[in-house]
Write a protein that binds this ligand. Structure first.
Ligand SMILES: *Cc1c(COP(=O)(O)O)cnc(C)c1O
Length: 419
């Protein structure tokens, strides 16, 4: 069950009507249900309660400070992929020893920052990164706690742009080749090898590739322990899929079962890094129809949200359900393409959506937009970033305001020879 329901024909988030919110906030805006996020987290956490598992929210999915704080208050740590994300996590009070730093391209500056903050672990993705971390730790007179992300070379059935566990992807170090790197690392003076990590892709709807990867990472762990490399953390990554239209995502108990069956949770610390699954279905993007335009062949709804606000349809061919905020019962549904104002033919939010007759000024909700929505937004076409609203029961808060045009323009200036 989610927290976006029609009451008296009007879409509500928890107990608040979207029409009410839209009276004080100009569209487009993102709107999140805090109760839905909390339920996602608690359901996952309950399923894993007997498995010695710690949850690290992958904050790139939705990196608004209020959202990070919501999960932190429930006990989550953070999985981060940049210095900016470390700063976000620390800013809302996530303890340094609950932060894991992932990513293929950490710079020396970011590594220094992480070492100085003494975060829990850095997940290394290449031998050259290992060298740079060792060197940086030496200069700072620190010992870096590291895990290695191994690439288990596993095919997953998801969009090619979110597949990460195949050898042709840039992520991780292939196993068993990586064994040599572990041995080398275990002899380095400023490196403390504490674990292994995997993350094979996102929006996974089938647990079997994940289970294969779990087996590989457990076998790898055992081999390392036999070699006398004292790893204690196994990081199983994120990737659990969600329902956008009619997908059947895996449930948390089945996920817990494949951990239980394949991972030695009694002797190891198990980490997981869910992102999408905690937030996707807890958010919508509210947009207003500007024009209805018929090209003879197609009818377009030109709305005030665009690909710079929600990139997923353009980038991943993602399909989101789109519904009117106010239902009007009619048997006369028509097919529409819903597009934004941006000067790109790829600025499409949805194709062939069946809706009742729609008029300009009408509000629509783009569903399941809580993950990789606002986090991927940009100023393209010099459009302002849109506000984010967090709802709790009957209450709502603006957790990111719409910047002013002055704020958008003030970081730019003319070259000195132009003035
Ligand atoms: C993106 C990412 C995640 C989260 O993935 P979801 O599919 O959103 O759960 C977890 N771990 C790593 C290393 C990632 O890059």
């Amino acid at each position: 069950m989610d927290y976006f329901n029609y009451k008296n024909g009007i879409l509500h988030v928890e107990d608040l009507s979207i029409n009410n919110i839209a009276r004080s906030i100009e569209t487009p805006f993102y709107c999140y249900s805090s109760t839905s996020m909390r339920k996602n987290y608690n359901d996952l956490s309950n399923s894993l309660s007997k498995l010695n598992t710690s949850i690290f929210y992958a904050i790139k999915a939705n990196s608004n400070l209020a959202i990070i704080k919501l999960f932190s208050d429930l006990g989550a740590g953070a999985d981060v992929v940049s210095e900016g994300e470390i700063r976000r996590a620390l800013k809302v009070g996530i303890p340094n020893n609950k932060i894991i730093f992932s990513g293929v391209g950490k710079t020396k500056k970011e590594i220094s920052f992480a070492l100085n903050k003494e975060i829990l672990q850095i997940n290394i993705e290449s031998e050259s990164e290992l060298e740079l971390i060792n060197q940086t730790a030496l200069e700072l007179n620190k010992k870096a706690n590291v895990a290695f992300r191994i690439n288990p070379d596993i095919e997953v059935n998801t969009h090619e742009k979110i597949t990460t566990g195949k050898k042709e992807n840039k992520f991780g170090i292939p196993w068993p080749e990586a064994k040599e790197v572990f041995i080398k690392a275990s002899k380095m003076k400023n490196i403390n090898v504490i674990g292994l990590a995997i993350h094979i892709g996102s929006q996974l709807l089938d647990l079997s590739p994940l289970e294969k990867a779990f087996k590989i990472v457990m076998d790898a762990t055992n081999e390392l322990l036999e070699l006398g490399i004292n790893v204690k953390n196994i990081d199983l990554g994120g990737g659990l899929g969600v329902k956008y239209v009619d997908e059947k995502p895996p449930n948390f108990n089945d996920y817990a079962d494949i951990i239980k069956k394949n991972i030695d949770y009694e002797n190891m610390n198990i980490f997981i890094e869910p992102g999408r699954r905690l937030v996707a279905n807890a958010g919508i993007l509210v947009t207003k129809v500007i024009y209805v335009k018929n090209n003879g062949k197609k009818t377009f709804l030109i709305v005030d949200a665009a690909m710079n606000d929600l990139l997923r349809p353009s980038l991943y061919d993602a399909v989101h359900q789109i519904k009117p905020i106010q239902v009007r019962e009619s048997k006369n549904k028509k097919s529409f393409d819903i597009v934004g104002p941006i000067c790109e033919s790829g600025d499409i939010l949805a194709k062939n959506i069946m809706l009742d007759e729609i008029l300009p000024e009408e509000l629509l909700s783009i569903h399941s937009a809580g993950a990789y929505g606002s986090a991927m937004s940009s100023n393209y076409n010099s459009r302002l970033l849109v506000p984010e609203i967090l709802v709790q029961n009957r209450d709502f808060a603006i957790i990111r305001k719409r910047p002013t045009y002055d704020e958008m323009l003030k970081i730019e200036k003319l070259a000195k020879w132009q003035v």
